[in-house]
Structure formats: C-alpha cells, structure tokens
Design a binder for this molecule. Structure first.
Ligand SMILES: Nc1ncnc2c1ncn2[C@@H]1O[C@H](COP(=O)(O)OP(=O)(O)OP(=O)(O)O)[C@@H](O)[C@H]1O
Length: 382
C-alpha cells in the first residue's frame, strides 16, 4: 500500500485529502508542522509527500507534489525548480491529484532514489516493484494456446511480426515474449509508441539527430533504431504514424541502415522490428492512410491477440494470477476469492480487455475485506 504524507497548514485540506486518499487505498499521515514532517520521514518510508508551497518540504529524498492557492506560472516554476514532481492549485481536483500521485509513484525521480539521509537504520523505501520484463502469458483456452504456439514457432526466427488486437489484450506482452524467445534475448528490447509522438518529432525519436540539426537539438542523440541495435524494436500503435515517418521506416527496414536527422552518414543497424496496432491496417491501406509496401515489410507474420470476451474461459486463471502478482507488488498476502465472485467477473463485458481485468482485481484487493466476494464485485466493478 503506497504511503502518502500530507504537509499543509489548513486542517480542512488535511482532512479532505486524508479521507479521500484512504478511501482510494493509500495509507496517509498528515501534519501542519515541518519538524514533525521531517521526524515522520525518518521513521516511515513514504512514497510521496503532498506539501503546501508555504511549507518547507523535509529534505528526505522523497518525491513531492506541491499544492498552492496561487495560480501564477511563477509559483509553479518555483515549485518545480525546488524539486516538485507536479504542481496543483487549490481547490484540488481529486482526479488530477490521484493521477499525479500514481505517476510519481510509478516513475520516481532518479534523484529521490537514494535512501533518505535522515532515515532511521532499516527503513526501506517501499516502492512498488516494476513488473517482470517478460511475464508469462496466462490462459489455457484454445485461443491463448494458439497465440503461445505461434510465438514459440516464430520467436527464434528473425521474421518481422505484426501483432494485432484491441487495446489491453496483451500485445506488448506478446512482443516481450517474442524478444525473450529469440537469439536477441540478451540484447535490448526498445519500445516506441508511435501514437504518442508528435509527427514533427518522430523522425528524431526513431533515427536520432546530430547536434544543431534543429533549434532544440542542443546535443547529439541516438534514436530508437540505434538504441535497439542487436535487439528488438517494438513499434506500438504503428497505424498512427504519419506518411512521412512511414516512408523513413520503410527505408530503414529495406536497407537496414538509418541516418540521423542533420547527418548524411548512413549507420548500419541490426534490429528486429515487432510492430503492433489496434487498427485494421488493410482498411487503413484502402483509405490511403497506411502504405501497403510497409504493411508487407512489417507483417511477415501476423499474430492476432483475441479480445478477453473471446477467451472468457481464462478469467479464473487470469484473476488468480493478478491476485498473486499485485499482492506481491504491494507486499501483502494474497486474498482468497469466492467462486461466485469469479463467476461474476466472467459475466462482465471487458471492453478494456485484460488490462481492465487487472485494474479491477487491484481495486478489489484494496477495497474488499478479508476475502473477495460476489458482493464486492457488484459494489466495486461497474
Ligand atoms: N494472457 C495474459 N496473461 C497475463 N497477463 C496478461 C495477459 N494479457 C495481458 N496481460 C496483462 O494485461 C496488461 C495489458 O497488456 P498489454 O499492455 O500487453 O496490452 P496491449 O494490447 O499492448 O495494450 P495497448 O494496445 O493499450 O498498448 C499488462 O499488464 C499485461 O501484462
């Protein structure tokens, strides 16, 4: 359970934040006193501090989020310069705060990683463990069996693979298994989400740039293709790439060489590309949004990952798997689950697929008492 320290002079702010965060499953402490906050940090391994900008944040190497009544850019800049991970103005938007806490916990800043200088001996930071690099693919339905068999067959080959399927079905997991089962397993697995990068930056993201290639290129940078040399480049959401970027990727795949933005020197790269999409690329080709020649280059083998509703028979095994996995991440004993609760989960529609099931199991583990019942599923999953 993640631990949050609230440092704020207003009693009502402290109370509101505590009540809501405890409801969301966090463990909280609150104080108005800087010295007391500092003493608490020496004893309790907090994951994040929420601190009013009027207070001095304990210097304990713990990431913090600044809360302020001022809305000026200046105060936000000051807070971030002082090391804040984020800056929120009061009255606090709770959804925004929860997202910010989640982000801070999942991506702690590098500078906050060393043990707090004031920490008592034996106090360990309680960061949640990151998921293992290549988790197993759980399920014994014929649909998942087929996916696993296909992975076993194509992983050792150098064939490019296109993974298709809805969001949250496990496409990235399949890509990681393909890498782990290949001769490149000891090399890097580099991921790039083509949908998340603005089109004017994608070229530099994929191929790198030389210093001075454009205004903000203050130093030379290797792109994802070079980073993945000797390993696998996972190009997620490839259907969202601009036509210009598609042309450049096609060249890189045909010639197995790239050039950084701002350089005419070719660099040879030894990369296996595994791509994924939730779009129907054939339809995108028909509409003129995706290059057919690129489709044939990336889709030598196509692995279609089924939606969870197509293999609902795996829900009991997946639920059990996530109960163990998430409990271990939180450092808790796994809670038992009633068969009626599992049946209730099986009856749900799962438009968000396995990712949604994982989130629901996490919610149930946090909110249910000693065991997970059908009533919990009804109360907490809709
Ligand atoms: N069969 C499975 N066994 C175990 N875990 C699974 C399985 N399928 C998916 N998961 C887990 O579900 C979550 C979502 O999977 P993943 O990120 O691979 O989906 P995705 O299809 O790549 O999603 P998106 O299209 O949104 O990027 C991850 O935590 C993944 O480990």
């Amino acid at each position: 359970m993640a631990k949050v320290l609230i440092l704020d002079q207003s009693k009502s702010v402290r109370n509101i934040l505590r009540e809501r965060l405890e409801y969301e499953g966090f463990s909280t402490e609150a104080t108005e006193n800087e010295k007391e906050a500092s003493d608490m940090c020496a004893k309790i391994p907090f994951d994040v501090i929420l601190s009013d900008t009027a207070c001095k944040v304990p210097d304990a190497g713990i990431p913090f989020i600044a809360l302020s009544t001022e809305t000026s850019i200046d105060s936000a800049v000051r807070a971030v310069r002082n090391g804040a991970q984020d800056f929120l103005t009061k009255p606090i938007d709770m959804n925004h705060l929860l997202q910010s806490i989640q982000r801070t916990i999942e991506n702690p800043p590098a500078v906050a990683a060393p043990a707090a200088p004031t920490a008592a001996p034996g106090v360990r930071r309680s960061r949640r463990a990151r998921p293992a690099q290549a988790e197993p693919i759980i399920g014994d339905s014929p649909e998942i069996d087929r996916v696993r068999r296909l992975i076993d067959r194509v992983a050792p080959s150098e064939a490019r693979v296109l993974i298709t399927g809805e969001n949250g079905t496990g496409k990235e997991l399949v890509a990681r298994r393909l890498h782990a089962g290949s001769a490149r397993a000891a090399g890097p697995f580099v991921e790039v989400n083509c949908a998340a990068i603005p089109s004017e930056l994608i070229e530099s993201e994929l191929f790198g740039h030389e210093r001075g290639a454009f205004t903000s290129a203050i130093k030379q940078r290797k792109g994802k293709f070079e980073q993945a040399d000797g390993g696998t480049l996972f190009m997620d959401e490839i259907g969202d790439m601009s036509p210009a970027a598609q042309a450049k990727v096609l060249r890189a795949l045909q010639e197995r060489r790239i050039s950084r933005v701002g350089s005419d020197k070719d660099i040879e790269v030894d990369v296996r590309v595994v791509a994924a999409t939730n779009k129907d690329l054939r339809e995108e080709i028909r509409r003129g949004n995706f290059r057919e020649d690129l489709y044939h280059r990336i889709g030598v083998i196509v692995v279609r990952v089924p939606a969870l509703r197509e293999h609902a028979a795996d829900i009991p095994l997946l639920t059990d798997h996530f109960i163990r996995l998430i409990s271990a991440e939180y450092g808790l004993a796994p809670k038992p689950i009633d068969p009626e609760a599992v049946a209730a989960l099986q009856a749900m529609p799962w438009s968000g697929n396995v990712r949604e099931l994982r989130n629901v199991v996490e919610r149930l583990l946090i909110l249910s008492d000693g065991r997970i019942t059908a009533a919990d599923v009804k109360a907490y999953c809709n």
